[in-house]
Design a binder for this molecule. Sequence first.
Ligand code: ADP
Ligand code: MG
Length: 630
Amino acid sequence: MALLQISEPGQSTKPHEHRFAIGIDLGTTNSLVATVRSGQADTLPDAHNQHLLPSVVHYQSDAVIVGEQARKYQLEDPHNTISSIKRLMGRGVEDLKNQFEKLGDILPYEFAETDSAVPKIKTIAGNKTAIEISADILKELKQRGEKTLGDELQGAVITVPAYFDDAQRQATKDAATLAGIDVLRLLNEPTAAAVAYGLDSAAEGIVAVYDLGGGTFDISIMQLKKGVFEVLSTGGDSALGGDDFDHAIAEWIIQQADINAASLSPIALRQVLREACLAKEILSEKTEAQISIHFTESKSWHGILNRDDLNKLIDHLIKKTLKSCRRALRDAEVEKDQVMDVVMVGGSTRALRVRELVSGFFAAELKVDIDPDRVVAIGAAIQANALVGNDTEGNLLLMDVLPLSLGLETMGGLAEKIISRNTPIPVSRAQDFTTYKDGQTAMALHIVQGERELVNDCRSLARFELRGFPPHVAGAARIRVTFQVDADGLLSVSASEEVSGIEASVEVKPSYGLKDSEIEAMLKASMENAGEDKDARSLREQQVEADRVLEAIDSAMADDAAEMLSADETDIILKARSALEKARHTATETQQLKDAMLNLEKVSADYVAKRMNASVQKSMAGHQVEEFNK
Ligand code: ADP
Ligand code: MG
């Protein structure tokens, strides 16, 4: 597994050679790229010395423009100028329909009619998926990295929100692949921020990451143990951020200027919003901001916004974030005063009032020394640097999630997932299994990794056996199998039988590593084959059931068919039996097999009933009836 592989620290094949890797913060509003040079992590600027790249893509028939330049087209060509695309990553057409009303406000473009499940935005350069649009942003950042570093770029760590699900993470990875970036790892944004502050080598404890960006608010409560962050809870508001501050200020301006908002053109409204945003940012440095706006030729307004005014306008919004914090703490079952550090992330945490209210809420001091816009990219760069083997101390071995599911082979060659991928590690999970045959006293355990339903399509990690437990009727034994992935990323699996307490275990060694490319291929295959896999799984389940039925009827008939059944009856049952046996090996549809089983059950129903009666009589023989009535 990849996580095992990277747990071997600093093993660059050529230790003297420095390898460059980048960290990318692919944000909703702004994106950044950072790298470690001479032991120092920093973000990389563009030719105009701008570090932040607005996450905006403008399509022309023969060109793609990304960033600040693209933003300029937002007003004049909104349909071909895409912003906030991160909100659509990993989302299907169906999700979009549910979300559409909310998104309608912020996404002014048109969606193409499509028979694919992935929504496509109509642009002059063709229909574009969120993955393609994100890839265009990533290409720009990659180029920036390559310009600075030459052609030695080894790969990138890309950050994602902690709450991103599998589909959203996969979409991010696909975007990177499309941009020609080798993804070393996806890293949770709050984890990256904590890494930037070096908290991973600090004492163990609880860390809160408060991330207020342009349009989103995220709060993550994490627990640090032996250099590994476990996300205890996440919360926030996907429609609350600095943009809302701008709106509140814009409304205030319109009120002050005594203007009818409905009479303003979209362009004039934009202008008011721009001025509002500017005033807000100035007030993080200065005590007052001058605002002047020309609404029309004849109508203009000049005024001053001071900090008190601003606070009155935004306090209720900040208080909303604190409500989310309270909820996240409750979900994590953590008290406020257990929080050791509060890491401030996102451009909007520059607003002094935000800092004031957040520090009043938590008992801990706020971490604000690293630029809150850049802190996530910087943490990603530090992690990327360690992953390509430059961190010779090997003290940064953050592996906060499992890249692929871990499971066990069950009857019929099926893979049963015990720990699913993206589960934070360290983690321990147990599941009970049982025996398949009467009198079974040993069990073979086969540990596999992957997302597919059939063992043959997964990767085999290890095998071991549990032997010498007492015989039970099939299905009565309880074997508890425990999977444990420790902070070093090592997997150990143990099994114990409940009654006898007999145990066996195996430790899976790091040499079973999977390359990221292998992971990718496996994930892709699991997506492509999801439907097929389900069918294969249910067929396999029925085959296992058929085997059990065949075995039961054979053993019963060997016992007492001669005395209980007439020749005709035997004949009918045997016919149904061989039909089932044939179906067991040739049926390609689950239903065929089910029908054959049902038929055998039907024709042998009388026989089964007779046997049960006989067995009851046998056990009653020699006893007084009264005994049984007690
Ligand atoms: P995202 O994570 O969504 O990409 P960012 O972290 O880049 O967003 O934050 C962008 C937001 O930060 C914008 O609303 C911007 O106005 C706000 N912002 C940037 N600088 C300041 C500042 N000095 N004071 C207040 N808000 C700021
Ligand atoms: Mg951000």
